[in-house]
Structure formats: structure tokens, C-alpha cells
Design a protein around this ligand. Structure first.
Ligand code: RB5
Length: 142
């Protein structure tokens, strides 16, 4: 599975830990920036990660900012993107099973690295259920 990951300055440090974790798990993950802790605009990096998913360069995306909120708002404006803001493991599992979410958003100022990695693992290890009722509901907005 190919992954695309992006952050703004608020998520930059957590993203370094996430990248290391993904490498240890054997995932192929492309970092679309930002590449340092200088103040920057999260929609730029949301757009890059979403484009990677839309053009097939990545299967799933991870976006991290301070709260995760700006990233999720920006990502959900993109056709074909179903971005889920998750700060707990239950939501990360449910959004893959029910919503077929293709982008996980998190806030580095909300969760610590331990929980963030558990949320990411759950998101990546859970498949969409494929149930007709979920497909029907997703088609309302996809
Ligand atoms: C940056 O200060 C902060 O606004 C951003 O990381 C994010 O939380 C926006 O939603």
C-alpha cells in the first residue's frame, strides 16, 4: 500500500515520528511537506496529498496540523477525498469500515505520539466493509 503524508508546521514534529514508524512497518510513504518547522499554510499540503490520491500515486493519505481541523476542512473540499479527523482508535476503525475514508487527519496539539501511532495503525490496518448500506450512503457525497 502506498501512502501520502503531509503536515504544516504544527504537525511537522509528529510527522517525523510517523514517518519513522511507517518505515519500520514497511510502508512506502511519500512526504509532500512541509519540510521544516517554519510557519506555513496547511491547505498547500492538504492539496498535494489529495492530488497524490486522486492521481493514483497513493492509496491513502495522512494529514497532520495543529488541530487536524484545517487539514480536514481543506481535504474534504476535494472531489473523491473522504477525510476523517480522528483522535481516537474507535473512530479510525469505524471511518475505514463505514466511510471508506481515504485520508486520516490528526492534530499534533491534541494527541501525543503514542496515541497518534495507534490511530494510524488502526486506520491503515482496517478495510472498508463494502456493505451495500455504507456504499449507498457514501454515494450521496462522493
Ligand atoms: C497553525 O497555527 C494552526 O492553525 C494549524 O496547524 C491548524 O491547527 C489549523 O487548523
Amino acid at each position: 500500500m502506498k501512502l501520502a503524508i503531509g503536515s504544516d508546521h504544527g504537525g511537522f514534529e509528529l510527522k517525523q515520528e510517523v514517518l519513522q514508524h511507517l518505515k519500520e512497518r514497511g510502508f512506502e510513504a511519500t512526504d509532500y511537506g512541509c519540510f521544516d518547522g517554519k510557519s506555513c499554510d496547511y491547505p498547500i499540503y492538504s492539496a498535494k496529498v489529495c492530488e497524490a490520491i486522486k492521481n493514483g500515486a497513493a492509496d491513502l493519505g495522512i494529514l497532520i496540523c495543529g488541530t487536524g481541523i484545517g487539514m480536514s476542512m481543506a481535504a474534504n473540499k476535494e472531489p473523491g477525498i473522504r477525510a476523517a479527523l480522528c483522535h481516537d482508535v474507535f473512530s479510525a476503525k469505524a471511518t475505514r469500515e463505514h466511510n471508506d475514508a481515504n485520508v486520516l487527519c490528526m492534530g499534533a496539539r491534541v494527541v501525543g505520539p503514542g496515541l497518534a501511532l495507534m490511530i494510524i495503525d488502526t486506520f491503515l490496518d482496517t478495510d472498508f466493509s463494502g456493505d451495500e448500506r455504507h456504499l449507498r450512503r457514501i454515494h450521496y457525497y462522493s
